[in-house]
Design a protein around this ligand. Structure first.
Ligand SMILES: [Zn+2]
Length: 116
């Protein structure tokens, strides 16, 4: 397992453990939950682990990117690597936050994330 993958797994497992503990704490504090309440807590926790799964896959893709020259999609000129930058975007599994390589084209004066 790659070092970056081991770190991602540790973060993922920590979150899964946290969610489990939250679920158990909820169960203890909720006397006789009905099905609607159970659905509600499960959907809420599921959303968080779903986000984590998507962020994990994106971080893994990012670490697998070869450090090579990236050309501007507009003018084809070589772009400058501006290092890691946090970006967040809306997806069907929620709002995701990840660190991604950020590129800049001085000619078009335009920033760019290779993963779109
Ligand atoms: Zn350009």
């Amino acid at each position: 397992m790659k070092k970056s993958q081991a770190r991602l797994k540790a973060e993922y497992m920590a979150e899964a453990e946290e969610l489990f503990d939250e679920l158990m704490a909820w169960d203890e504090s909720t006397a006789e939950p009905d099905m609607a309440q159970i659905e509600e807590i499960v959907l809420r926790l599921r959303k968080r682990i779903g986000k984590r799964m998507a962020e994990t896959v994106l971080a893994q893709q990012e670490s697998g990117q070869p450090v090579e020259r990236i050309r501007c999609p507009e003018c084809e000129k070589e772009m400058e690597n501006k290092g890691q930058k946090e970006s967040d975007f809306e997806t069907r599994v929620g709002n995701l936050k990840i660190e991604r390589s950020h590129y800049y084209c001085p000619r078009c004066r335009r920033g760019f994330f290779p993963l779109g």
